[in-house]
Design a binder for this molecule. Structure first.
Ligand SMILES: [Mn+2]
Length: 409
């Protein structure tokens, strides 16, 4: 069987903005790619809609995009399997199996746009359940758990306890954060770790995280298909194009096809040291001109993340980017963050953060700080650094002082 995979379509995102149609266009392209690739079914692990109750315009455009799947055909039979009962699911065209994400769930009592799509037969929406797909003598079991509050995720997963079926290819869909993917400065939280994932599945697919990534966890492949549209622009997301992943249940292999038409994204971290306003403005201008030197079918998204220090006496407010924003507003969608710090203390903290990010142990962070600080003294490289560090780590101040004093002589 061949399965098309895409996620986080965020229909209705930026309904009033310049990018209001990206979400619908990309969903349409995703389904078209799946039809061209002759998939037997598609899976969509959550955040189909940007909000639980989107406007009628959003619902209309969503239904229009989803209807693309009706042009195709599939010979699979789908069954909802629960408590040893097996109920056939009717569909037309190529079926799309979906779970809800954190953006569209309102609790059991409230019907959301996803329930409307399910009732209209455009998607098959399920939660904490398993759907089997059968074709000739092949069987694929698709387990799915819609988004639950992060704090309860581990508990819910253990309670649900999905078990892969024998003589079938087993897929598991989630829409949660995972500790291993959370950056230190990220506001997203996670209680689940990759170690908590149940064993024995061929492919585990997680929505929610908007960049694409694939890794092996023993026999299991863990896939983040990434979003079809960029909502908050993260650097990781700008490194790879958006598109559809395909899974071959026989070969157990994933391939990727990008959307033929997509908005290019650029992400720049620009760091200044003791700069004045002109320098910052000129540098930003150079970057934007370089990004725009090639032709873009759609105005690209450009994110400038400006950091560092300004000349003494200058503050962030002295760097006025309004003119630049206006100059480029007809050619790009700009988003700029300015975060200048003007004392060395902040610099030290950020250095420590950088080191922490590169996952050095506390001892090696300490060692690097000592080495760096010593280099700024007139001892240079003359002191036996390792010895001094060990003495200091043992609080053996006298010996440490002796070692330093000896060199001073
Ligand atoms: Mn999302």
């Amino acid at each position: 069987m061949k399965i098309g995979i895409f996620s986080d379509t965020h229909l209705g995102f930026e309904e009033k903005g310049e990018r209001s149609f990206d979400c619908f266009d990309n969903l349409h392209q995703a389904i078209e790619l799946c039809l061209e690739g002759k998939v037997d079914l598609m899976v969509l692990p959550g955040d189909i809609f940007h909000i639980p109750m989107p406007s009628h315009n959003t619902l209309f455009n969503s239904i229009k995009s989803f209807s693309t799947a009706k042009k195709g055909s599939s010979s699979v039979k789908l069954f909802l399997e629960k408590d040893n009962e097996k109920k056939e699911i009717n569909f037309s065209g190529v079926p799309i199996l979906a779970i809800h994400g954190n953006h569209e769930y309102r609790g059991k009592e409230t019907k959301t746009a996803l329930d409307v799509l399910d009732l209209s037969g455009l998607v098959v929406y399920f939660h904490a359940g398993m759907i089997s797909a059968e074709k000739e003598n092949e069987k694929t079991c698709i387990f799915g758990l819609g988004a639950v509050p992060e704090k309860q995720a581990l508990e819910v997963l253990n309670y649900w306890n999905p078990k892969p079926k024998e003589n079938a290819c087993n897929l598991l869909l989630f829409h949660q954060g995972f500790k291993e993917f959370m950056a230190l400065d990220d506001e997203m939280i996670a209680t689940l770790s990759l170690d908590d994932l149940p064993k024995g599945f061929d492919l585990i697919i997680n929505g929610h995280l908007h960049w694409r990534n694939e890794q092996k966890l023993g026999e299991t492949t863990f896939l983040l298909p990434g979003s079809t549209v960029s909502t908050s622009i993260k650097q990781l997301e700008t490194e790879k194009p958006k598109g559809v992943c395909f899974y071959d249940t026989q070969e157990k292999e994933i391939t990727f096809k990008p959307f033929p038409k997509q908005r290019k994204m650029f992400y720049h971290k620009v760091k200044f040291d003791d700069a004045d306003s002109d320098k910052v403005l000129q540098e930003c201008k150079n970057i934007l001109s370089a990004d725009l030197s090639e032709q873009h079918e759609l105005n690209p998204l450009i994110r400038l993340n400006i950091k560092g220090t300004l000349k003494k006496g200058l503050s962030s407010a002295d760097v006025n980017l309004t003119e630049i924003m206006e100059e480029f507003s007809s050619k790009a969608i700009l988003s700029v963050s300015k975060n200048f710090s003007n004392n060395s203390f902040k610099r030290k903290i950020s250095e420590l953060r950088e080191m922490q990010k590169s996952k050095l142990s506390l001892a090696s962070v300490g060692f690097e700080v000592l080495e760096k600080n010593l280099k700024e003294t007139d001892f240079g490289n003359e002191i036996e650094l390792k010895k001094l560090f060990d003495l200091l780590a043992e609080s053996n101040i006298d010996e440490a002082m002796n070692l330093v004093a000896k060199k001073k002589e």
